[in-house]
Design a protein around this ligand. Structure first.
Ligand code: DHB
Ligand code: FE
Length: 286
């Protein structure tokens, strides 16, 4: 059976890609952020996942404001990136696992999530930057199942709904008969606002609260509405929805193994978290 080994959540700021292309990882500006990935690299080397299920938000590359699904699941054999206009190199493609994607899609629809299924799907910086951070300079050793959550055009799904989506995905993976080691990834956040009167807004206290509750008490965060999150974390801070879905997929006893928090990278409070998925009560209750 497939096993979920744990989860990684990380910021996906595009300029990280430019810093990597320019080999600036050890510059004083970038070093505190990139050092936060040393632990992630060690953890991945130990865990050796075969698959990464990536919860992220598309920023207008595959879906635009004319047609924007709340939840979309990729079912392609390969996912391509394109020039998004951030001045960063176009990423190489990432392999998919259509059989696992269809298994997840069937399970989600069976659980009454009305998702969009995508046999052709471009992936943007919200997938490629975390992949590059996790496996720098290597051929990527995992196939992906990308799951896009609308954090762009209101109305957005609630934190509660995204946690439930993640739980459904977690149950789907654990019922997959192939012996695969699966990790889950949530990208974006934490607090940031890219435009408008509050451009540059960051809220360290709220970010820390979200990280403190994420591993052990994620349900307590569902009392925040999406508009509360916009108020507390900025208009783009709602990318935390992707973190909630990632957390939901971990059905075991969840422990935070690693946390790095650094302000700012570009306009964003940059955060990286690694969560372990142990045996435990939540799996039985799910
Ligand atoms: C930035 C952050 C994002 O999440 C994003 O998608 C684009 C840009 C930024 O801080 O520059
Ligand atoms: Fe973003």
């Amino acid at each position: 059976m497939a096993k979920i080994v744990g989860g990684v959540a990380t910021t996906h700021v595009p300029s990280i890609g430019k810093a990597i292309a320019d080999k600036k990882e050890n510059d004083p500006y970038w070093q505190p952020f990139f050092r936060g990935f040393d632990y992630v690299h060690d953890w991945l080397a130990r865990q050796k996942p075969d698959i990464a299920v990536v919860f992220y938000n598309d920023h207008g590359l595959n879906f635009f404001l004319d047609k924007l699904p709340t939840f979309a699941v990729g079912a392609a054999g390969e996912y391509r990136n394109q020039d998004e206009g951030w001045g960063i190199p176009v990423s190489r493609s990432i392999a998919g696992d259509p059989a696992l994607s269809w298994h997840v899609i069937n399970a989600l629809v069976n659980d009454e999530f009305d998702i969009t299924m995508c046999q052709d799907m471009l992936i943007d910086h919200a997938v490629t930057i975390p992949m590059t951070l996790m496996w720098p300079g290597e051929k990527w050793p995992v196939k992906i199942v990308p799951i896009s959550i609308n954090t762009v055009q209101h109305p957005l799904p609630s934190l509660k709904r995204c946690l439930a989506l993640g739980r459904s995905v977690g149950r789907a993976i654990e019922s997959y008969p192939q012996d695969l080691r699966v990790m889950v990834v949530g990208t974006g956040g934490l607090s940031h606002q890219l435009d408008g009167k509050r451009a540059g807004f960051i809220n360290k206290e709220f970010d820390q609260l979200c990280m403190d509750k994420l591993s052990g008490e994620p349900d307590t965060l569902t009392r925040y509405t999406v508009h509360d999150v916009v108020a507390e974390a900025g208009a783009q801070g709602v990318e935390f929805l992707n973190w909630m879905a990632m957390r939901g997929a971990l059905l075991g006893q969840v422990t935070e193994l690693h946390r790095n928090y650094h302000i700012p990278i570009s306009n964003t409070a940059a955060a990286t978290v690694v969560l372990e998925n142990g045996e435990g009560a939540e799996r039985r209750a799910a």
